[in-house]
Design a protein around this ligand. Structure first.
Ligand code: HEC
Length: 721
């Protein structure tokens, strides 16, 4: 072939090839990023598996990561991706793997621990990882990005080796470039960056206590790891939103307002959407009075520059930890005869908000509604109104009063719940936190959770799995300062209350999903305890900001180290003390349960909901998951659930997520359960659906570990035999 011809031919081939790639992106036959694609709609256009043959579905391979940590309830929350016949995902101990999509055979494993020499190990946080990102320059440069500990790693997608030219020898420290010194504070990421051109756009997970890093959103260069832009989710002087904080110096001290649930991209418009969580401390807002922009916001930012285009705050001055728990989805809806390119987002409170993607104008009217403002907490100023959408109607119950008490309980237990309920503030979702106890319902984990909803572009239906678990939030006053002459034991008790009680409970018996520390000295010596407290693990934040004496004092108390308990405690004042020493903490994240361990509220406890986004009406609703003891009597209760669903053109909805460890397929139009299979461990993760060599696969991580279930270490692929 003459030179010019072959050049043309080459160009032609490249065009065809990239067109195919785009085709795969647009036609929803692959699973190239977290949530299935930039729109994050968890949708596949594949039809090989359909409502007629789904009963024949079989596990075709199971990949074991071989690093399960049953004793510490390890988990896998990862939604894997598939690129060119290779599935990428993460393991319980944060290893990144590449496996053959057809067989599950391992190609390589990258272990982030290997790159951390010596004492850096001490700062390794075992974080939850919900996914990884892929970027290519279109040629040979193919990269996987994911966060392990506080580092964002760049790994060669072909070889599994760190890409040394990226950041500091293949990784960047997420503590850097936050425009504030946060070296000692907890910063990691549960969700992978969004990829737009050669930018990695990402939020973070930060502490929710009084010592928290700010949740600014950043864009890094995919090639070099250099910071390209930052959006201050806690605005600096001169930036819009700064005036929403009464204290003009809050931006130097207050943390949170972080986009932990992920970021989505409208590639055509060059807009990224990020949803943020509450400002810290979650439950006492006396040091951050005002509306606290951009906490609890859906933000539309220019993907190229990070400039804000519009925002919507769904909870003003949040004092309930009502983070946006998933990043929204890019959808097209028909409203009053008009097609609107929209963004839809579900909330922990059970609302669905739908906005015009470009303008931020609500598709269904939203009303600022008066809420109770009375509080006995010194310094607190509760927001007088909260935004409520007229449609869709909430997909979970939003209040818990006597008529809702669990009727499946024995009489004595019912009576016990009735008395307790009568002693709490309850009935209104926006009742402020109180020392008397405030029922949080929908609960801390939704309503909707991080699995997020899925969407069917063919029908306009949104599908969301939800929890209906009441929790009780009880505030307690703290002694703010140390006594003049304190022993380690006294200081340890005081510091435990200020730093640890919110999760491990007043009596150290644990709370909600957080473990008990009773007899913990059998498991940890002072060294390993110190290591854990300063590095954190999964949902346990790192406490590097504590001084050695503070850690020693806490250890003397929690580990009952008698010989240290009478040591003299020396307080080293920290300039941040005025901000970090709060007058209140909480007694724990306590689920409102009966003696028998069942939710205090009547079922359903877990549901699956199909909502028509064109009309705002509920299309169908069913329970999700079972308790065998009730199912045996024909009572479908649903269970708590984490991880999302996937919708296919074959007419199906696939979901794991439930506590009973089943994988299920439903008819997406009717909600009829068509297929059920028991997984090796519960799948608190979202499945991935893709085509490989002409065959449709569904892959799901089975990591267990949450909700007192046994941990697992496998990914299972289902296909037709
Ligand atoms: C935001 C909630 C939270 C706070 C605050 C917190 N922890 Fe934890 N803690 C956890 C979670 C979650 C785990 C389980 C970690 C895992 O998944 O491995 C844990 C685990 C632990 C363990 C290990 C338990 C075991 O069985 O191995 C110890 C010890 C511990 N925490 C001590 C502390 C101390 C001391 C403090 C205060 C300085 C503290 N924690 C503050 C959430 C928290």
């Amino acid at each position: 072939m003459p030179k010019t011809y072959s050049a043309f031919f080459f160009l032609f081939a490249v065009i065809i090839f990239s067109a195919c790639k785009n085709e795969e992106k647009k036609s929803y036959t692959g699973w190239r990023s977290y949530g299935g694609g930039n729109e994050n709609i968890h949708y596949s256009s594949l039809t090989e598996i359909d409502t007629n043959n789904v009963q024949q579905l079989k596990p075709v391979w199971e990949y074991h990561t071989n690093d399960v940590d049953t004793a510490n309830h390890s988990q896998i929350q990862c939604n894997p991706i598939m690129i060119d016949g290779i599935v990428y995902g993460t393991s319980p101990k944060m290893r990144l793997f590449a496996i053959d999509a057809a067989t599950g055979k391992e190609k390589w494993v990258f272990n982030p621990f290997d790159s951390l020499a010596g004492n850096k190990m001490a700062f390794f946080v075992l974080n939850n990882c919900r996914g990884v990102s892929y970027w290519t320059d279109g040629n040979q440069d193919k990269r996987i990005f994911y966060t392990a500990g506080s580092w964002l790693y760049a790994v060669d997608a072909t070889s599994g080796k760190q890409i040394i030219s990226f950041g500091d020898s293949g990784k960047i420290d997420l503590h850097d470039g936050l425009d504030r010194n946060v070296k000692d504070l907890f910063v990691t990421s549960t969700t992978p960056p969004a990829v737009y051109k050669d930018l990695l756009i990402m939020g973070t997970r930060v502490d929710e206590g009084p010592a928290a890093a700010p949740g600014h959103i950043r864009a890094f260069d995919t090639r070099t790891g250099k910071l390209r832009w930052i959006f201050h989710t806690i605005p600096h002087p001169g930036e819009a939103g700064y005036e929403s904080w009464d204290d003009t110096t809050a931006y130097k001290h207050i943390g949170g307002a972080n986009a932990w649930s992920g970021i989505i991209v409208d590639e055509k418009r060059g807009i990224v959407y990020a949803s943020t969580g509450s400002a810290s401390f979650d439950f006492y807002g006396g040091k951050r009075t005002g509306n606290d922009l951009y906490a609890d916001c859906l933000l539309a930012l220019d993907a190229n520059t990070g400039k804000r285009i519009w925002h919507f705050q769904d909870v003003h001055h949040d004092i309930w930890d009502r983070d946006f728990s998933s990043p929204g989805m890019l959808v097209t809806v028909t409203n009053s005869g008009k097609q609107i390119d929209a963004i839809a987002t579900t909330t922990k409170t059970g609302f669905v908000f739908v906005f015009n993607r470009e303008t931020g104008e609500p598709v269904f009217p939203i009303t600022e509604t008066p809420v109770p403002t009375e509080t006995s907490l010194v310094g607190e100023k509760v927001a007088p109104t909260q935004p409520i959408p007229s449609l869709p109607k909430p997909f979970v119950r939003q209040s818990f009063t006597e008529k809702d008490i669990n009727h499946l309980l024995p009489d004595s237990s019912y009576e016990d719940i009735r008395k307790k309920l009568a002693s709490y503030k309850t009935g209104i979702m926006f009742n402020p936190p109180s020392t008397q106890g405030t029922v949080i319902f929908p609960g801390f984990d939704g309503g909707g959770e991080w699995g997020g909803p899925s969407f069917d572009p063919e029908t306009g239906l949104l599908y969301v799995n939800a929890n209906e678990m009441p929790w009780v939030l009880t505030m307690v006053a703290l002694k703010q300062d140390s006594k003049k002459q304190e022993t380690f034991l006294e200081a340890g008790q005081r510091l435990y209350k200020a730093n640890c009680m919110s999760c491990h409970g007043t009596d150290r018996k644990g709370s909600g999903n957080f473990p008990s520390l009773i007899n913990i000295e059998k498991k940890y010596k002072e060294d390993s305890f110190n290591f854990l407290v300063s590095s954190g693990r999964r949902m346990m934040p790192a406490f590097k900001q504590l001084t050695a004496d503070e850690r020693g004092a806490i250890a003397s108390f929690v580990l009952s180290i008698k010989k240290n308990q009478n040591n003299k405690f020396v307080e080293v004042p920290n300039p941040e003390d005025a901000w970090r020493k709060l007058p209140y903490s909480i007694t724990g994240y306590n689920k409102f349960l009966s003696k028998e361990g069942y939710p205090a509220i009547a079922p359903p406890w877990g549901t699956l909901n199909a909502i028509n986004l064109n009309t705002g009406e509920l299309s169908w609703k069913d329970t999700l998951g079972n308790y065998p003891e009730f199912a045996a009597k024909g009572i479908q209760t649903g269970t708590e659930n984490y991880g999302g669903s996937v919708i296919t053109k074959g007419g199906l909805l696939f979901i794991g997520a439930s506590r009973d460890g089943k994988f299920r397929a439903y008819n997406k139009r009717t909600g009829k359960l068509l297929f059920e299979s028991t997984l090796p461990a519960p799948a608190f993760a979202t499945p991935a659906v893709f085509e490989h060599n002409g065959k449709e696969f569904i892959v799901i991580a089975c990591g267990g570990g949450k909700l007192n279930t046994t941990s697992g270490d496998s990914y299972v692929a289902f296909a037709l035999p």
